[in-house]
Design a protein around this ligand. Structure first.
Ligand SMILES: *[C@@H]1O[C@H](CO)[C@@H](O)[C@H](O)[C@H]1NC(C)=O
Ligand SMILES: *[C@@H]1O[C@H](CO)[C@@H](O)[C@H](O)[C@H]1NC(C)=O
Length: 414
């Protein structure tokens, strides 16, 4: 296991060791309970390959930011699967799928699940669907529209499919899309990797994703980290959302943690940011750096794909302050009662799961915590959750080929 030494200062060292100790315990527990196979292999399942003749085309437009678009794309792939439809590459609100994601990889990785085409042939029909529509709706009403017109267009398509589906295969498909198929373009991956390597060359680092934050909040985050024992040598990468107020707001935080960087200070030029991926380079690189950092701190309560992603790739450390529990402590501090401030903060902070495995209980989102749904198991009670043999990809490939072969020979015969 990694050691805490270079990230953590002397202050609060005992608690930081607890943090690492807690993680160790959780990790040992999880390993003892279930042996995991993380990786794309584990996620290929006994799913039937998609039918050669589909019921029509599914076209969707996803609105919102990076997070929402990812979720919507997962839902779109699953919907296409449920409807036995051919998915047209999702359209994004302000940009294009191909500006951000590796299209070839996306189509290839999902070839055992759905047929995906880059553009819609010359037919189109607008269809409507309710928010959080149940799976059944796509098997009945929406399917009829599609069959009648050859295609159905769902827009906006963000929460158009219920999240809690009692079908392990369907839930795993969502993870397959989110954590394996949705890969940023090589250019983004290269730049992110360069930044992460540069940061890692000096030791561990923490990333913080700020959104809508104001000076008071960044300062509060600083105080929390200080109470936890992070000193002014801690290196921090700041990923700031689109609405972030800018450097002015960071002054009080920078006073506590001077080793602060972001994608600009790490060498992404303004030109690159503007051109590269049509304005999306900054947020996509931030996403990757947050994914790969040693510790990720998210100071707000909302859902976040990065959190889900970090959990999926080995329960990487996440700090998400419990704001409700911290509020009274900060109020006391503002009234001048500062004596037991740090101790109280630690009392709250060392009670969070730190990204360790914890069973998802709705309403916690599958996109934030896919444990245990998206992990196959070596000795499951339910055989549907069993990890597949390692040659599953070869098997699926030959199944696809033989089906296609049969079809083309039928066509020649006819
Ligand atoms: C960090 O804090 C120590 C005192 O705890 C101080 O001596 C040092 O100058 C600070 N370093 C920076 C870079 O601010
Ligand atoms: C090919 O034709 C055979 C018999 O004519 C049929 O059973 C089979 O389902 C067809 N395969 C495909 C892929 O259409």
């Amino acid at each position: 296991m990694r050691r805490a030494g270079d990230v953590f200062g002397r202050r609060g060292n005992r608690h930081l060791k607890q943090l690492w100790g807690l993680r160790g315990l959780l990790e040992r527990l999880s390993v003892a309970l279930i042996v995991l196979l993380i990786g794309s292999i584990s996620l290929f399942t006994t799913f039937k390959t998609p039918p050669v003749e589909t019921n029509g085309y599914l076209r969707v437009r996803c609105n919102g930011g990076l997070n929402q678009q990812r979720t919507a794309t997962c839902n779109a792939v699953l919907t296409a699967r449920i409807m036995s439809a051919t998915l047209v590459l999702p359209e994004l609100d302000a940009n294009r799928f191909s500006w951000i994601y590796d299209v070839e990889h996306f189509i290839k990785l999902l070839r055992y699940d759905v047929h995906i085409v880059e553009t819609l042939p010359e037919i189109s029909k607008h269809g409507k669907s309710k928010k959080d529509a149940p799976v059944n709706r796509y098997k009945t009403v929406a399917l009829e529209v599609m069959k009648e017109h050859g295609a159905i267009f769902l827009t906006p398509f963000s929460h158009r499919l219920e999240e809690e589906i009692d079908n392990a295969e369907y839930q795993r498909l969502r993870c397959r899309v989110n954590y394996h198929a949705l890969q940023f373009k090589p250019q983004i991956m290269k730049l992110s990797q360069a930044i992460v390597s540069k940061l890692h060359s000096q030791g561990h680092f923490m990333s913080i994703h700020l959104r809508f934050e104001m000076d008071m909040l960044s300062f509060a985050v600083g105080l929390i980290l200080r109470a936890m024992g992070f000193d002014n040598s801690t290196r921090i990468y700041l990923a700031a959302g689109e609405f972030f107020g800018g450097d002015r707001f960071m002054k009080p935080f920078r006073a506590l943690f001077p080793h602060l960087s972001n994608h600009n200070t790490m060498g992404l030029s303004a030109d690159e940011l503007a051109e590269g991926t049509h304005g999306m380079l900054g947020s996509t690189v931030d996403y990757m750096v947050c994914l790969l950092s040693d510790i990720f701190l998210q100071p707000y309560d909302g859902p976040s794909n990065v959190m889900g992603h970090r959990l999926y790739y080995g329960f990487r450390i996440i700090i998400q302050p419990d704001r409700k529990a911290l509020a009274p402590i900060f109020i006391k501090r503002e009234k001048g009662q500062t004596t037991d401030f740090e101790e109280s903060v630690r009392g709250v902070m060392y009670n969070i799961p730190f990204g360790g495995p914890h069973k998802r209980i709705p309403p916690e989102s599958l996109y934030v915590n896919s444990w245990p749904e998206c992990f196959c198991q070596m000795n499951p009670r339910n055989t549907a959750n069993k990890c597949q043999p390692l040659n599953i990809v070869e098997n699926l490939n030959s199944r696809l080929q033989s089906e296609e072969g049969m079809r083309s020979s039928n066509m020649t015969d006819g």
